[in-house]
Design a protein around this ligand. Structure first.
Ligand SMILES: *[C@@H]1O[C@H](CO)[C@@H](O)[C@H](O)[C@H]1NC(C)=O
Ligand SMILES: *[C@@H]1O[C@H](CO)[C@@H](O)[C@H](O)[C@H]1NC(C)=O
Ligand SMILES: *[C@@H]1O[C@H](CO)[C@@H](O)[C@H](O)[C@H]1NC(C)=O
Ligand SMILES: *[C@@H]1O[C@H](CO)[C@@H](O)[C@H](O)[C@H]1NC(C)=O
Ligand SMILES: *[C@@H]1O[C@H](CO)[C@@H](O)[C@H](O)[C@H]1NC(C)=O
Ligand SMILES: *[C@@H]1O[C@H](CO)[C@@H](O)[C@H](O)[C@H]1NC(C)=O
Length: 431
């Protein structure tokens, strides 16, 4: 028996051993942006529309040698909440200024056609970026403000970021005053689906959005709630006490027969899964299908799945990154693939590129949360590791992409205009 176990462990280690060491690709003391002019920069500093230490990067996704980053408006003074820069350092500059994406207009605080608070997005294999906007600003402060309805916005990266769809979540799915759209994964089936974690304090859950009929619903279950015994932990001698509901989310790969959504609250050590079939069917008893998959050694933030079913996640209280080959074992089997007490403080979000690298944002969030950011030292890093050519869960195991839904631009507006005309016509006829 003991022998069998040993062989098994060796096998698992072998499949995960393709990893190179993570190396630091970018590193910032503070996040800065490409200002339209020197006057604009000075004005923003003066009126506190830009407060350098309040800008922390969180989300990362890559498309065609460009790196898209998010700067959530956790505090005041964040000029750009969705930015872009080259995915390779230009002229050896490893702390590039972010360009607003798609433009400055889309970053305006208080304009509900623009982004208010972007933390996460996902890019599908056709280059469409699905962006979550929680709609609130300064969420980590006493001045938190619900400015716009939480929404999902789809941009076409192949067409200058043109808006293809803007969907406002109904109040009963994502309450405007409290929703917190944390992370998103995409499923190409059934005309296109997004699974989204909402860790709002009032009504946490997993939101399922159907592209085809432009509707959403929310899956609620006790497994999406923070577990009180895991709300406190230490990172690099700094204590964090936060109660955070469901946060990390991953989807088993396109090749899997019954795809599962994996998720975990940040304040938890447990991974859970629920089959996509019951989420797609809107099964009333979906909660009966939830499985608890095992216990990690630490809290985790973002998680991500490869095309071969390897789940990557951070161990925040251990400055480490771990992997679990879900094809080898249904229950959690944790292998630490990287640990660095200086460079891997708070692994926040993962991304895959098309060259087989695994990327990760580490942002020392323990300092940011405790208002202890020192902009004289590096605070935010992007590290990457050659990952044996692996792509993300959105691809088949052989690296090809499934057929993806077509998303027409602005079709709804036309339909809406037509419907309004018809209504006016009918009303005038009746009168
Ligand atoms: C931000 O970038 C601009 C343009 O490169 C530079 O002049 C400025 O010193 C940087 N830092 C701040 C805090 O504005
Ligand atoms: C970048 O740095 C490397 C090593 O420090 C140096 O050899 C190279 O010339 C630099 N490239 C540019 C464009 O400055
Ligand atoms: C989808 O729903 C949103 C409601 O938030 C609406 O504004 C939009 O026009 C709809 N789009 C389509 C394509 O039906
Ligand atoms: C989902 O609905 C389909 C069609 O009604 C049905 O065949 C299938 O068994 C359902 N799956 C689950 C898990 O409820
Ligand atoms: C939208 O599509 C999904 C998936 O096909 C389906 O489960 C759901 O019932 C549909 N919703 C409406 C309102 O038609
Ligand atoms: C910030 O870092 C600098 C450089 O290491 C150090 O000299 C300074 O004391 C630090 N400030 C605080 C408040 O810790």
């Amino acid at each position: 028996m003991l022998k069998l176990v040993t062989i098994f462990v060796v096998l698992v280690a072998a499949t995960l051993a393709v990893h190179d060491k993570f190396r630091v690709e970018f590193q910032w003391k503070y996040i800065n942006v490409t200002w339209p002019s020197e006057d604009a920069r000075l004005a923003a500093l003066q009126n506190e529309e830009y407060i350098p230490e309040n800008n922390a990067i969180a989300g990362i996704k890559l498309w065609k040698h460009r790196m898209y980053l998010t700067v959530p408006r956790w505090k005041n003074g964040v000029p750009v909440t969705l930015g872009v820069t080259s995915a390779t350092p230009q002229n050896n500059v490893t702390a590039p200024n972010l360009e607003p994406y798609p433009n400055w207009e889309m970053q305006k605080v208080g304009n509900c056609k623009a982004f208010q608070f972007v933390q996460s997005m996902e890019i599908d294999p056709k280059g469409r970026m699905w962006v979550l906007d929680t709609g609130r600003t300064a969420t980590m402060t006493l001045e938190a403000k619900a400015r716009c309805t939480p929404r999902l916005v789809i941009l076409d990266l192949e067409n200058d970021g043109k808006v293809l769809r803007s969907y406002e979540f109904p109040e009963n799915v994502a309450p405007k005053e409290s929703a917190y759209l944390n992370d998103i994964v995409l499923d190409h089936r059934e005309g296109g689906i997004a699974y989204i974690t909402d860790n709002g304090k009032e009504d946490p859950g997993i939101i399922i959005y159907f592209l085809q009929n432009n509707t959403s619903w929310k899956f609620r279950h006790e497994s999406t709630n923070a577990e009180p015994e895991f709300t406190g932990f230490m990172v690099a001698n700094t204590r964090v006490t936060e109660s955070v509901h469901v946060d990390g989310i991953a989807l088993s790969p396109a090749s899997a027969s019954d795809r599962l959504v994996y998720y975990t609250p940040l304040s938890s050590l447990h991974f859970y899964s629920v089959p996509t079939s019951v989420l797609i069917n809107r099964t009333e008893t979906a909660g009966d299908y939830v499985r608890e998959l095992g216990r990690r050694t630490s809290q985790t933030d973002g998680i991500a799945m490869s095309a071969t079913g390897v789940l990557y996640y951070g161990l925040i209280a251990d400055d480490a990154i771990a992997a679990w080959d879900t094809k080898q074992s249904d229950a959690l089997m944790q292998t630490v693939i990287s640990r660095d007490h200086r460079l891997t403080q708070w692994p926040d979000t993962f991304a895959f590129d098309e060259e087989g690298y695994l990327w990760c944002v580490t942002n020392s969030l323990q300092n940011f949360i405790n208002n202890k950011v020192n902009i004289s030292v590096p605070n935010y890093r992007i590290i990457k590791s050659q990952n044996g050519g692996l792509k993300s869960y959105q691809y088949f195991e052989n690296g090809t992409a499934p057929e993806l839904p077509y998303i027409a631009a602005g079709a709804s507006q036309i339909t809406f205009a037509f419907a309004s005309c018809l209504t006016i016509l009918l009303v005038s006829i009746i009168q």
